[in-house]
Design a protein around this ligand. Structure first.
Ligand code: CO
Length: 226
């Protein structure tokens, strides 16, 4: 369906009216404060709309999205979102959400040149290169892509744990839990990759356990398909 820009404004009016009719005073209450419990770090892909997938309302989910849900130690944009979410909003959970069939991850996997973005996707290629021996054992490009989408979530969740913001929060004793999920474009479902860390001492173990579970899942698939 092709929409004119004016259609978007009309749809917005209708949505605002519907929301207000369902919950009178909804927008007035949100005007002065937000108190989301969750920070979502996801892909910019239009098929992965954060709040909609988890059925949350405005005010309930703080969101940062970029191509291929990458968390880079020197990316002031992402770091600022994490800092604001943790220090000001006191979110309880930070969730890195990848998705299967990610175009950015696909380009990184196959060294496809897409332009300026190649430099950003270099971070995903670093993930690929770190796991290249294991990825080569998988059967077929689609399985390798699925696996790299998942590996990228684990690595980026690990990067969240290593930020000064999260480190400092843990040192203060502030309860922040880091998670990694992956979303299926084909069925609309989220899967927890079980890299769940509530403190620095858990990070290495959480990563290793999640990585082992990931590899075991793909080993199962390979066995079943042969
Ligand atoms: Co994507």
């Amino acid at each position: 369906m092709t929409l004119l820009l004016k259609d978007l404004l009309d749809k917005n009016k209708a949505w605002a009216a519907r929301t207000e009719a369902r919950t009178p005073g909804f927008f007035t209450r949100l005007r002065n404060q937000q108190s989301p419990q969750y920070l979502w770090i996801g892909c910019a892909d239009s098929r992965v709309p954060a709040s909609e997938i988890v059925d949350l309302l405005p005010g309930e989910l703080f969101v940062h999205r970029n191509v291929a849900n990458v968390v880079v130690h020197s990316d002031l944009n992402c770091l600022s979102v994490v800092q604001f979410a943790v220090d000001q909003l006191m979110v309880k959970h930070i969730i890195v959400v990848g998705h299967y069939g990610c175009g950015g991850v696909r380009a990184a996997l196959h060294d496809t040149r897409v332009g300026l973005t190649d430099n950003w996707l270099r971070h995903v290629q670093d993930v690929r290169d770190r796991h290249t021996a294991w990825l080569k054992t998988l059967d077929g490009d689609e399985q390798r892509l699925d696996a790299l989408c998942e590996l990228n979530v684990l690595e980026q969740a690990l990067n969240v744990c290593k930020t000064t913001v999260v480190q400092d929060a843990w040192i203060r004793g502030q309860g922040v839990v880091v998670h990694g999920w992956v979303y299926g474009l084909h069925d609309g479902l989220l899967k927890d990759l079980s890299i769940t860390a509530t403190g620095w001492s858990e990070v290495d173990t959480a990563y290793e356990k999640a990585l082992s579970a990931l590899r075991a899942r793909y080993a199962d698939t390979a066995t079943k398909s042969t």
